[in-house]
Ligand binder design. Structure first.
Ligand code: ARG
Length: 590
């Protein structure tokens, strides 16, 4: 169904036309003076300039045409030439009833169903999953869910960092420690063991150790580079080790992401792009795009309109090695071939914005990606600790995602069990704590505009007050509890109808709910989960104001009470659908 704002705009546009003016002038917006009106239209002001007329006369003429409108209860022309609008209660209630009877709360199927790929997560295999990768997972998951809810065909790809020097480092260090392993015996022709020659925790210790060595020991570093080269050229033993590393890492990553309710459709990685590199490079050369510069192979991607210099895109280093850029371009070759997407959205640290600018330009210029495919870079800022520096553990080390999640979980569990007013079984307390913890972490992140840095403040994020996940959960639990109580004494809860509002708080809540579909479409269009959070927060506040001012369950007028219960059910649905795109779920009790 149509957005509320679009419906209002249609009505006012018609009135402009009927009064002999340009229908285009009838754009309606939410009022920025809610004390005066709910919606407004400033078209008369713009029209007056064009037509050299008095804006107030235009506004009055239009207002007269709207006098009998069923959509508005009040239309007033105010000086110098604004139209102040208040919508009719019956129309508002009817709009919400229609939303309520649609299974997607009034969201329409997209005019064109797009094939969208989302590249997010991006963890590097064999390095422990740390806080830096949290934002990509949380934001990407949310964008994926929004696109899917809106009816697009969406594929999420984790795009593992599984092909770089870190692999060579691990292999080299392993060779130092266990030279007797068959993987290092070039004459070995048998089957390699199915079991990995290391555990995950050994692996996690090997990598930083090797990485440290390579910084001090030139020979070690060279050996690691050579091992990387051999791996990338198909060495049998190294490939077998690499497979062990991937298997162990991926199992662990899946567990971590599962803890956050983040799931991927594809578990592809940088290595999957490797087979496409050779032909891609040949073609770039043959087409005259790639040329040699100081030994390296590059493609110019600067454009005349650039205000800052965009350096050429480096395709191969002087030693012929592929780079991060090369992998991303080859991944695009692969994605075009296998998925033919209309849009690809990369959710990556904003410090990589130049890299993606180069990759996108190069891909379009060289024809890897057709011109009409939309390539979006959703760059996010850094998550800092309370000291304003990148988030660290209490001991100052890099915080592992696992520890962060369990810290927040413990905090929430403590709060659940400290609360005497409700007695949850051990199992329910655990489950609830987990749900609320996930909401604390995700909402704390998503409520900020993605591109901004933000401070991860556990105390703030786990608070039940303020703009936090737990506050939203608490509000939803409150609604659920009222509905449960109502259900206990009234058999009939289905089929109740939302009625015209009885008081100002109720009306404010209804007006807020009516913005849902426009908000959701806009939030996806702008790739802005923080807009969903802002909406949720507004609705939660509007509901709580209504709740505090109205005795819902003890209302003696049966009709009123039924109408309110219907509104509560609907509010809960809107909140549930909204938090689901953030990757959150509300408990029954807390
Ligand atoms: N693994 C990369 C990193 O940790 C992120 C990958 C982002 N995606 C991409 N297609 N480059 O920085």
């Amino acid at each position: 169904m149509k957005n509320l704002i679009d419906l209002l705009t249609e009505e006012v546009s018609k009135a402009f036309a009927d009064a002999g003016f340009d229908a285009e002038l009838g754009r309606v917006g939410i009022s920025n003076r809610p004390d005066l009106c709910e919606f407004q239209c400033n078209g008369a002001m713009a029209g007056a300039k064009k037509l050299h007329k008095n804006p107030f006369d235009i506004a009055e003429a239009v207002a007269a045409k709207l006098a009998d409108s069923k959509l508005f209860s009040e239309v007033s022309a105010v000086r110098p030439g604004f139209l102040n609008l208040k919508i009719a209660s019956e129309f508002l209630a009817d709009y919400l009833r229609k939303m309520d009877s649609s299974d997607k709360l009034g969201l329409e199927e997209p005019a064109k169903k797009k094939k969208i790929m989302i590249d997010y997560g991006g963890p590097n295999v064999a390095k422990p999953l740390h806080i830096g990768h949290l934002r990509s997972a949380i934001i990407g998951e949310s964008v994926k869910r929004m696109a899917r809810l809106l009816g697009h065909d969406v594929t999420g790809d984790v795009h593992l960092g599984d092909w770089g020097l870190q692999m060579g480092l691990i292999i080299t260090e392993l060779k130092v420690r266990k030279p007797e392993l068959p993987y290092f015996d070039e004459s070995f022709e048998g089957e390699y063991p199915a079991e990995a020659p290391f555990t995950l925790s050994e692996l996690e210790e090997i990598y930083p150790c090797a990485s440290g060595k390579s910084k001090e020991d030139e020979a070690f570093k060279n050996e690691a580079m050579e091992a990387t080269f051999k791996l990338q050229h198909g060495d049998r033993g190294y490939t077998a080790i690499w497979k062990h590393i991937i298997a162990l890492s991926v199992a662990d990553l899946k567990k971590n992401y599962e803890n956050l309710d983040v799931t991927f459709d594809l578990w592809k990685g940088e290595s999957d792009a490797d087979p496409y590199i050779k032909d891609m490079v040949e073609k770039m050369k043959a087409d005259g795009f790639a040329y040699e510069s100081q030994g390296a192979l590059v493609v110019d991607v600067s454009e005349e309109t650039d205000s800052k210099e965009i350096p050429p895109c480096m395709i191969l280093k002087s030693d012929g090695a592929a780079l991060y850029t090369t992998t991303d371009l080859a991944t695009l070759v692969e994605r075009e071939k296998d998925y033919d997407p209309d849009q690809i959205i990369y959710v990556v640290d904003k410090r990589q914005s130049l890299h993606f600018e180069q990759v996108f330009r190069c891909a379009k210029k060289t024809g890897i990606v057709p011109k009409d495919v939309k390539l979006d870079f959703l760059g996010f800022g850094t998550m800092n600790g309370k000291d304003g520096k990148p988030f660290k553990t209490r001991e100052g080390g890099v915080m592992r995602l696992e520890s962060l999640i369990s810290d927040v979980n413990d905090e929430m569990y403590q709060k659940m069990t400290d609360n005497d007013s409700i007695d949850l079984s051990e199992e329910e307390a655990k489950k609830t704590a987990r749900m609320v913890a996930v909401s604390a972490i995700k909402y704390g992140d998503l409520s900020n505009q993605a591109s901004k840095d933000y401070v991860f403040d556990i105390d703030k994020f786990t608070s039940f007050e303020g703009n936090t996940g737990p506050y939203i959960m608490y509000t939803m639990v409150r609604i659920k509890s009222i509905l449960r109580k109502y259900r206990e004494s009234n058999a009939e809860i289905d089929g109740l109808e939302i009625r015209e509002s009885e008081n100002a708080e109720e009306r404010a809540l209804m007006l807020g709910l009516a913005q849902y579909n426009a908000m959701m479409e806009g939030a996806f269009e702008e790739l802005a989960p923080h807009r969903v959070c802002a909406f949720i927060y507004d609705i939660a506040n509007a509901f709580n104001r209504f709740y505090h001012g109205t005795k819902i369950l003890t209302e003696s007028d049966e009709e009123k009470r039924r109408g309110w219960i219907a509104l509560l059910k609907f509010t809960l649905r809107v909140l549930e659908q909204s938090i689901s795109v953030l990757g959150m779920e509300a408990p029954e009790r807390m």
